[in-house]
Design a binder for this molecule. Sequence first.
Ligand code: FAD
Length: 379
Amino acid sequence: MDAPDALIVGGGPVGLAAAIALRMRGGEVLVADRARPPIDKPCGEGLMPEGAAALRSLGVWSDCARASTPFFGIRFTEDGRHADGRFTDGQGAGIRRIELHRRLLDRAAEVGVTMRWNETVRLDRGGGAELDGRKVAARWLIGADGRESAVRRATGFAEVAQPARRAGVRRHFAIPAWSDLVEVHWHDDGQAVVTPLPSGEICVSAFANRPGPRFDDSIARHPELRRRLAGARPTSAVRGAISGSSSVTSVARGRVLLIGDAAGAVDAITGQGLSLGFRQAIALADALAAGDPARYQRAHRAFVQTARRMARLMLAAGARHAWRRRILDALGAYPRLFDHMLGIHTGTGALRNLPLGAIAGFCACVAAPGLFKAGSEAR
Ligand SMILES: Cc1cc2nc3c(=O)[nH]c(=O)nc-3n(C[C@H](O)[C@H](O)[C@H](O)COP(=O)(O)OP(=O)(O)OC[C@H]3O[C@@H](n4cnc5c(N)ncnc54)[C@H](O)[C@@H]3O)c2cc1C
């Protein structure tokens, strides 16, 4: 296929989702990836409800649901304290990354996406693309080639300077999940996230504010989690990747569009990289079907804005032990407020619907911790 409607560079989860969405709207799509499928990648493997909804509209969800374990919200925890936020609309899914990729591959083949694996796309500054020594004259060039996107660099999209990068490592363990929530364990130097998976497994990812620490050293900072994992059999090797947010000034210029991590990543602590990418895939396909890439640019901005703010808020609020304790206690005292905030995070709730009384109570609990019992609100 030398002249498809769209050439997608990168057949990771977001590239494949975009290919499926474009193909479902009638486009001829060629996807090329330098890796061989199914592709695995360090990931916390939690898919938020809005990501599951996007997969539903791409016709991938029922297969993914069979290969996943549902989760119903997020637990923040430290030093025996915890606060639970529950999704009020939909449920999340814990799914091995490689299984997710398998399901996307099957669906892409089913709808007629042309896929080339183990082949690197070469790019020039003018947006020309070469695959296996042959020029590909695509109407649209889509960079779904991850955080270090070659498409973004070759075609001159400007990156926004970011604060220090964070590092993430993950490992799987053969131990049945002890919670139907994704757990986020906090510490001054980072977080550890536990995602329930099928077949008596969990995925544990550890994020550090500075690249460097080993997986075991990071887990040692979370005594409760370390106790849980004592004696549990690891079922995978430790793998790591750069986490942290990154952004670009635009994601659509002429015939070149960026999507997924290539279009700016959100810190993995949000658990939203995949979900944002799947939503972007649908918005991009709608925009190109309408011949209006600027529409995608607007949709992209709306999707990532909230996620970036949430990442900043979570990392700032979680930076100091004394504040974390107060916030955990206050969230624990106002669980429905936590549910609302989770709704805003996942795109099902709105800021204007936050209950003012609970916000006032929450703020009072944070400012004057002794009062929080008096303000307790049942879910
Ligand atoms: C430790 C960690 C934990 C995370 N946990 C979660 C989580 O729990 N939930 C969540 O939603 N998100 C999570 N994320 C984020 C999530 O993994 C990313 O947002 C997601 O992988 C982005 O997918 P993508 O398809 O855009 O990019 P990638 O998965 O990076 O795929 C890019 C693809 O492009 C290919 N490629 C690159 N250059 C070329 C080229 N020149 N030619 C051909 N192919 C090329 C690569 O081989 C690769 O397959 C986590 C991230 C980290 C680091």
